[in-house]
Design a protein around this ligand. Structure first.
Ligand code: GLU
Length: 422
């Protein structure tokens, strides 16, 4: 079992994001000027803002909205609420959104937001107050034609409803396209809630077909039981996989014979944790990564697979439903060991892809069926997987570097065609 806690290493993920970009820029032989432009975010806004808490005390919170690149369209990317949010983290996440949107070829740049807060410590009323004031503070940057937030870690459809309402109140009419991931009744899209997990499963089907592995009967371990992890567990069980382990921020559970995700969901709803689910052994989040399985799905936070635990990972496929779960040192180790990695900017792009469908539907006030959404999502994910895999084979590079090469080449082309102003 894990002897070191991989989280302890915690490299600065902004440095990681730049290192990943540099590797692709080298492979593409990118012009020096372009490198300097694409290596840094275009805009960064830091806001310190007051919220009146339930006990009458005024607390000041710090939040960020970063726009990395706008060459291919408006900035797009989620807002996360977490006690460990930092400007460097939001920078990395914003840059990853630029590459993610370009990797699946949707017409967006990249942005991200975050507030330093542990939302579990706040009441619903406090969370609403925090969300409305944060929206007001970042409103000079956001808008349906300039920067469109969405859910991320610890934010959800309700959070998006508050953002949409606050922004609409400022303007005096309803502007549903300012955020995606909204509830269906106020302009949300069918299939958006499941989209990150569904997109990841489509890439897993592509990867297993490429490797000649049958998903049916494959053992899967999933780290993280939020939107991506919990829905991936259900969808993979529907594909005939045995989901042998899952975890949340409080710990994990393991049963080599497989878990029933519907029952685990019910348990988590009742107890607030997956831990204690009957018929399972308890594992830590670090131990889960090293369990016997064919498929490992990191679906939590960054920096989970590091040089310390990468040599002991047993899975044949790692599907990055989380953003940034693997460090560059771990990438190299997994690649040398022949582990097939589906990189985050490809694997979890289903979320932003259905966000794109939601935004298009809002603009047209014409809403699609769930079948049309899932079919269109599959088309985009399969095409993106094909381009990345083809790039990896042609240049004999890892799937990570290949995904970056596909994405960076598209953003570089857009930037070059537009030219530098003035
Ligand atoms: N937060 C999600 C991501 O990291 C979704 C972003 C979006 O839909 O704009 O991709």
């Amino acid at each position: 079992m894990a002897s070191q806690n991989p989280v302890m290493e915690a490299p600065n993920i902004w440095a990681v994001a730049q290192q990943q970009f540099d590797a692709a820029a080298d492979q593409l032989d990118l012009d020096d000027g372009l490198r300097r432009v694409l290596r840094v975010p275009k805009r960064e806004l830091t806001v310190n803002f007051p919220v009146t808490m339930d006990n009458g005390r005024v607390e000041v919170f710090t939040g960020y909205r970063v726009q990395h690149n706008l060459s291919r369209g408006p900035a797009k990317g989620g807002i996360r609420y977490h006690q460990d949010v930092s400007l460097d983290e939001v920078r990395a996440l914003a840059m990853w959104m630029t590459w993610k949107c370009a990797c699946v070829n949707i017409p967006y740049g990249g942005g991200k937001g975050g507030v330093i807060v542990d939302p579990k410590q706040l009441s619903q009323r406090e969370l609403e107050g925090l969300t409305r004031r944060f929206t007001t503070e970042i409103s000079p940057l956001i808008g349906p034609d300039r920067d469109i937030p969405a859910p991320d870690v610890n934010t959800n459809a309700q959070t998006m409803a508050w953002i949409m309402d606050t922004f609409s109140m400022h303007h005096g009419y309803t502007i549903s396209g300012v955020v995606t991931g909204k509830p269906i009744s106020i302009g949300g899209s069918l299939g958006r809630n499941e989209a990150t997990a569904r997109g990841a499963v489509y890439t897993l089907l592509d990867a297993s077909a490429t490797l000649g592995i049958d998903l049916r009967g494959s053992r899967v371990a999933i780290q993280g039981y939020g939107n991506a992890g919990s829905i991936a567990a259900q969808l993979l069980a529907n594909e005939g996989c045995a989901v042998v382990a899952v975890s949340d921020s409080t710990g994990g559970i393991h049963n080599p014979a497989g878990l029933d995700p519907a029952k685990v969901n019910a348990w988590k709803r009742e107890h607030g944790t997956v831990v204690g689910f009957p018929g399972t052994d308890e594992v830590t989040n670090a131990e889960l990564l090293e369990l016997e399985c064919e498929i490992l799905v990191p679906a939590a936070l960054e920096n989970q697979i590091t040089r310390y635990n990468a040599p002991r990972i047993k899975a044949r496929i790692v599907a990055e439903a989380a953003n940034g779960p693997t460090t560059p040192e771990a990438d190299a180790i997994l690649y040398d060991r022949g582990v097939f990695l589906i990189p985050d900017i490809l694997c979890n792009a289903g979320g932003v892809t259905v966000s794109y469908f939601e935004w298009v539907q809002d603009m047209q006030s014409f809403f699609w069926t769930e079948e049309r959404i899932n079919e269109s999502l599959k088309g985009i994910m399969d095409r993106a997987f094909g381009s990345v895999h083809e790039m990896a084979k042609r240049h004999d590079v890892s799937m990570r570097t290949a995904a970056y090469m596909v994405a960076v080449a598209r953003v570089a082309e857009a930037t070059t065609l537009r030219g530098l102003y003035p």
